[in-house]
Design a protein around this ligand. Structure first.
Ligand SMILES: [Fe+2]
Ligand SMILES: [Fe+2]
Length: 470
C-alpha cells in the first residue's frame, strides 16, 4: 500500500486502476489542471529543468526523490498515508466508534465544504506567487519557490481526489470550480481573504510561507483527525510536504534579517536601505500584515459551526491524541468577549471555542519563528526585537473585525489608529522600495544584495549548486 504506482497516468497509492469510473473522471480533469497551470501558474520557467523532489513513498523516511524535472512534467499524484487498521474516531460525540471509510449522508455538505475550502487555498497560492520566479534572489530560492508551487498543486490533487471519489457529481463540479476561481479576481475570487492578497515581492513570499502556509499546517492537523479516514490520511501526507514550505518562510525571513544586520554593522551610521538591504522595521511591518491576515483564517472566536464540526467528528483539534478530554463537553474557554466597545470575561463552552483553540496553537508556533529571528539579530549584536502583533490587530473576521486595536491589542481611537498605521503596516513606499530591490540573480552561488545565502544547500547539495538549469 505504501508504494506509489508510477506506471499510471496519475501516480497513486490508492489502487486507482481498480476503479475505472473514478480513474476516467480524474484523467479527464488532468488536462484541465495542466491548462490551469500553464495559464495562471508560474509564468515562464516551465521549460527549465528544476531540481525538485517528488514523493516516491509515504513512509516517514526516504519518501522523496530529488531530480531535475520540468514543472509541467511533475508527477502530481494521489498519496495517502497507510491505512491504520481498526481506526476509531478520536473526538466528539462519536468518540471511540469505528471511523468512516465513506461519507455519512448527514455530513455530506459540511465535509464537502471543509474539503473545498482547504482545496481552494492550494491553487490560490500558486496564482499569488506566479510572477516571483522572474525576480528570484538566487537559483536556490527560485527552486524553493517552484517546489512550493508544485506541491501546492499536488495538494489540490489530494483534495480533488476526495471530491471526485466520495462526492459524486457535486464533487466533480467542485473540482472544476477549483480551477475557475482566481486569486484577487473581483468577480470570481478565491474563498478566503488572505488568498486574494497580492504577493508581489519575495519578502511577502517568505512571510506568506511562514505565516499563511503555517495556517495550512494547523488546518491540516485538525483535518488529519477527521473521522472520515480518507481525508485524515490525505492530510497526514500533505503535512509531510508542508514542513518544507514553512522552512522556506522561516529561513527566508531569517536570511533577510541576517543580511540587514550585516549591513548595519558595516555601516552603523546610515540606513540599511541605502546599501541595498531591507530595514528591520520594514520587515516587522510585513510580519504585522501577514500575521494579522492569517489570523483571520481561523474564523470567528465563538463559532457554532466549529462546535458542529467537532461534535460530529469532521474536524478536530491539532494533536487530539495528546489531549485528555476528547469529548470537550464539560470544558470552557475563558475569553474576553468584545461587544459594544467593551470586554466581558466569558466562559465559552469549549466546543464553541474550537477556532480559538486552533488559533492559540498557531500563534504559539508563530512565536517560535519570532524567537528564531531574534536570535539572528542578537547573534549579530543588533539591538532589535521582532514581535507578533496581538491577535486583535487588524482583523477582518471575528469579533474584533473592523475595530482599531493596536499591536498590543489595546483599543485605540480611529484617529490614533490612522496616525500609527504607517508605522504598523507596509506603506506604498515600503512596497516600492522592496520591489526596487527585486532584481533577479541567476548566477550559480550568487545571492541578491538584500538576502544572506542559506546556511546549507538542499538535499546535501552545496549552496552554489545548479538548482535551476536556465
Ligand atoms: Fe498546501
Ligand atoms: Fe504549503
Amino acid at each position: 500500500m505504501a508504494g506509489i504506482d508510477y506506471s499510471q497516468k496519475i501516480p497513486n497509492n490508492v489502487d486507482l486502476k481498480s476503479d475505472r469510473r473514478l480513474q476516467r473522471a480524474l484523467e479527464a480533469w488532468q488536462p484541465e489542471y495542466i491548462d490551469w497551470w500553464r495559464s495562471v501558474g508560474p509564468t515562464d520557467f516551465n521549460e527549465n529543468e528544476i531540481y525538485l523532489r517528488t514523493a516516491v513513498s509515504v513512509e516517514k523516511d526516504g519518501w522523496a526523490h530529488f531530480d531535475y524535472v520540468k514543472m509541467p512534467d511533475y508527477r502530481w499524484g494521489i498519496f495517502l498515508t497507510p491505512q491504520e487498521p481498526g481506526r476509531t474516531i478520536g473526538f466528539g460525540d462519536h468518540f471511540g466508534k469505528e471511523a468512516w471509510d465513506q461519507v455519512p449522508g448527514e455530513h455530506r455538505n459540511s465535509l464537502r465544504r471543509l474539503i473545498v475550502t482547504q482545496a481552494d487555498t492550494e491553487p490560490a497560492s500558486v496564482e499569488q506567487q506566479r510572477l516571483l520566479g522572474h525576480t528570484a534572489p538566487s537559483l536556490y530560492d527560485m527552486r524553493n519557490l517552484f517546489q512550493v508551487n508544485v506541491e501546492e498543486g499536488r495538494h489540490l490533487w489530494a483534495m480533488v481526489y476526495l471530491l471526485q471519489a466520495y462526492f459524486g457529481r457535486d464533487g466533480r463540479e467542485e473540482a472544476d470550480e477549483l480551477l475557475q476561481r482566481r486569486s484577487g479576481n473581483a468577480d470570481h475570487p478565491r474563498i478566503l481573504g488572505t488568498f486574494n492578497e497580492p504577493c508581489e515581492d519575495w519578502l511577502a513570499f517568505f512571510c506568506f510561507t511562514m505565516f499563511t502556509d503555517r495556517d495550512g499546517k494547523f488546518q491540516l492537523l485538525a483535518l488529519a483527525e477527521s473521522a472520515f479516514t480518507p481525508l485524515a490520511r490525505s492530510c497526514q501526507f500533505m503535512l509531510t510536504e508542508e514542513a518544507h514550505h514553512m522552512f522556506v518562510g522561516q529561513t527566508g525571513v531569517g536570511r533577510v534579517i541576517q543580511r540587514t544586520c550585516e549591513v548595519m554593522n558595516e555601516h552603523p551610521d546610515s540606513c540599511p536601505s541605502e546599501h541595498g538591504a531591507i530595514p528591520l522595521e520594514l520587515i516587522q511591518r510585513y510580519i504585522n500584515f501577514w500575521v494579522s491576515s492569517s489570523n483571520d483564517l481561523y474564523g470567528g472566536e465563538v463559532s457554532s459551526n466549529a462546535a458542529n464540526f467537532f461534535r460530529s467528528g469532521l474536524k478536530g483539534r491539532a494533536w487530539e491524541q495528546k489531549r485528555e478530554d476528547h469529548l470537550a463537553l464539560e470544558g470552557h474557554y475563558t475569553m474576553d468577549i468584545f461587544e459594544n466597545g467593551g470586554f466581558t470575561s466569558t466562559e465559552v463552552p469549549l466546543r464553541n471555542a474550537m477556532n480559538e483553540v486552533l488559533r492559540d496553537d498557531y500563534i504559539a508556533d508563530n512565536q517560535k519563528g519570532i524567537v528564531y529571528w531574534n536570535k539572528v539579530t542578537a547573534k549579530a549584536g543588533i539591538d532589535f526585537q521582532f514581535r507578533l502583533p496581538d491577535r486583535r490587530f487588524r482583523r477582518r473576521v471575528g469579533m474584533f473585525a473592523g475595530h482599531p486595536f493596536d499591536l498590543d491589542g489595546q483599543l485605540v481611537t480611529q484617529e490614533q489608529w490612522d496616525a500609527k498605521a504607517p508605522e504598523w503596516l507596509p506603506s506604498t513606499e515600503d512596497k516600492d522600495f522592496v520591489k526596487s530591490l527585486m532584481q533577479p540573480v541567476r548566477e550559480q552561488g550568487k545571492y541578491a544584495s538584500w538576502i544572506a545565502p542559506p546556511a546549507k544547500g538542499l538535499n546535501g547539495q552545496p549552496v552554489e549548486f545548479e538548482y535551476v538549469k536556465l
